[in-house]
Design a protein around this ligand. Structure first.
Ligand code: ZN
Length: 171
């Protein structure tokens, strides 16, 4: 397993739409392991392939708290097939937008079909934090960031801040 460098805002890769994975082979399993390792190291509770520069439709999630046994989820080619009518609000953050948090309203529950690391089709019914996390990570596969769900003014401020920081590093 290898810890990979994270892609940070405003890198245009984060706006790229990721491509489906055709079959779960050894390369895909290695990618999943690297993503989990990178996520645990950060630490974070979710990571999409594009956040380590791989534009493929794969994400990993683990909501276990520190000190609890790990519960890694590997989700390939996810599709949200059902959204609940009721919404919930969570304060979200993102490993690609470090140290920035904002409240985002999303459907409170979702049903997601996907392929697992066993290569088989699965259906996941999620609510609470898992539902929010799944929607956040699936957004990444479509080039969408959680800051796209906040006010335009706040979004422009955070993009400006990260653009300035990236320029500072380049000099
Ligand atoms: Zn994110």
């Amino acid at each position: 397993m290898t810890i990979k460098p994270l892609i940070i805002l405003p890198d245009p890769l984060l706006r790229q739409v990721s491509q489906p994975i055709e079959r779960v082979d050894a390369d895909v399993l290695k990618l999943a392991d690297d993503m989990l390792e990178t996520m645990y190291e950060a630490p974070g509770i979710g990571l999409a392939g594009i956040q380590i520069g791989v534009a493929r439709r794969i994400l990993v999630i683990d909501l276990a708290r520190e000190g609890e046994e790990k519960t890694p989820l590997v989700i390939i080619n996810p599709q949200i097939v059902k959204f609940s009518d009721d919404a919930s609000v969570y304060e979200e953050g993102c490993l690609s937008i470090p140290d920035y948090y904002a409240e985002v309203e999303r459907p409170a529950a979702v049903t997601v079909t996907h392929v697992g690391r066993d290569g088989k089709e699965h259906v996941l019914e999620a609510d609470g934090l898992l539902a929010t996390c799944l929607q956040h990570e699936i957004d990444h596969l479509n080039g969408v960031l959680f800051i796209d769900h906040i006010s335009r003014l706040k979004r422009e401020m955070v993009i400006k801040k990260f653009t300035k920081a990236a320029k500072g590093k380049a000099v």
